[in-house]
Ligand binder design. Sequence first.
Ligand code: CMC
Length: 443
Amino acid sequence: MADALAPSVDQSTLAPMPETLTITDNRTGKQYDVAIKNGTIKATDLRQIKAGDDDAGLMTYDPAFMNTAACYSRITFIDGDQGILEYRGYPIEQLAERASYLEVSYLLMFGELPTAAQLAEWTDRIHHHMTVRPSVQDLITTFQSDAHPMSVFQSAVAALSACYPEAKDVASEAVRRRQEYRLIGCTPTIAAYSYRHAAGLPIVEPDPSLAFTENFLRMLFKGEGEYQADPVLARALDVLFILHADHEQNCSTSTMRNVGSSHADPYASAASAVGALYGPLHGGANEAVLKMLAQIGSVERVPEFIKQVKNHEALLMGFGHRVYKSYDPRARIIKKTADEVFKVTGLNPLLEIAVELERIALQDDYFVKRKLYPNVDFYSGLIYQAMGLPTGMFTVLFGIARTAGWLAQWDELVQDPDQKIARPRQIFVGPARRDFVPMAQRA
Ligand code: CMC
């Protein structure tokens, strides 16, 4: 309600608010006006703020990039407080409900939903880049059967760089496009080969006549006879791939951009992104959740585990997020997908432990105060396990899906005139210059 005592102000007579920040340096008493654009100041504008002639200028200290934007991006929008996720403006709920993974990959890459003809061409190009060279197949078979599938996946993606030297021409749009078809197309093939090699099964060649996830399920699970993917499972996988396709400047995407900023080819950049995704605080969390649930073992032991988490003796894996400070919208969709999958596969016995963990955590002060909610990884592993995949494969599936986002972000980076080779600064706090000490004189 308007304050009745406040003088009425004719807004049209007011000068526009200056979009600047005035900084007073109390070391020198000097004032600086720094431009504000899109709610941001340029970090390099701070370099003019110096305490003396030999001062290199003010920097910001921001380990883990808690409050530093490294790019302008038009791809993915997240409102972490409201629990909103949009790809190119489209809400994730609508895309998960109505689109396919390849349709979403096109959207991420080109900014608009494809027409039927555009989607047909995009699908055709990707499907015709699913085969991997014999040298990459051979590489996969050199690993021991107990090698972690993410290590094999990362090595095989890196090896593509050796197969396609033309990929180094990152300035060429046509060259970039070919590598994008290939990476999206052949990551499921690499993943399936490594799974079958580890399981001691013969590999199954991709079938480009099938839909993306149907083909993937066939490459994973085909036995002696013909294989027909269950449509509910194929669709569930498609939905999971949509949910994982992009998530703006997360750890692996930032890695893709960082490596890509040196003009490394997309395979080298994506292999580095796979490495970042591997970690248990990022994509590796889906595997860690299943290990955690198995360790807890029964619903009765949930309160004891929660006690350990609250004592900082363990993390509740699949909970918490750097950006979401409310329920992760992807987790909500995944829960629904899980119900559909379990109708086909039967209930995952670990589900009731997960549900109980969530129930207790959502009403416990420790989690409420810290705004810790289930994230995308809390339930996804339960679905993958119910489909018959070993835990080591879970993060690989995340990697297949995120390939579309990595490539869209990389393509945006390559074309962004503001970008240069990524190179953070440091604040040196080590020893001052000193002279070399010969071995005999060292303590
Ligand atoms: N279980 C228990 N406590 C937690 C958790 C958790 N999962 N996550 C955060 N906290 C606590 C943390 O100990 C800290 O408490 P205190 O203030 O007492 O020190 C507080 O919450 C703030 O945590 P933070 O570590 O500063 O938060 P962050 O933004 O740096 O970390 C995170 C985000 C995702 C790494 C973290 O929540 C975490 O480790 N979660 C478990 C791993 C996980 O599920 N990762 C998947 C993320 S979503 C998919 C993806 O990106 O791949």
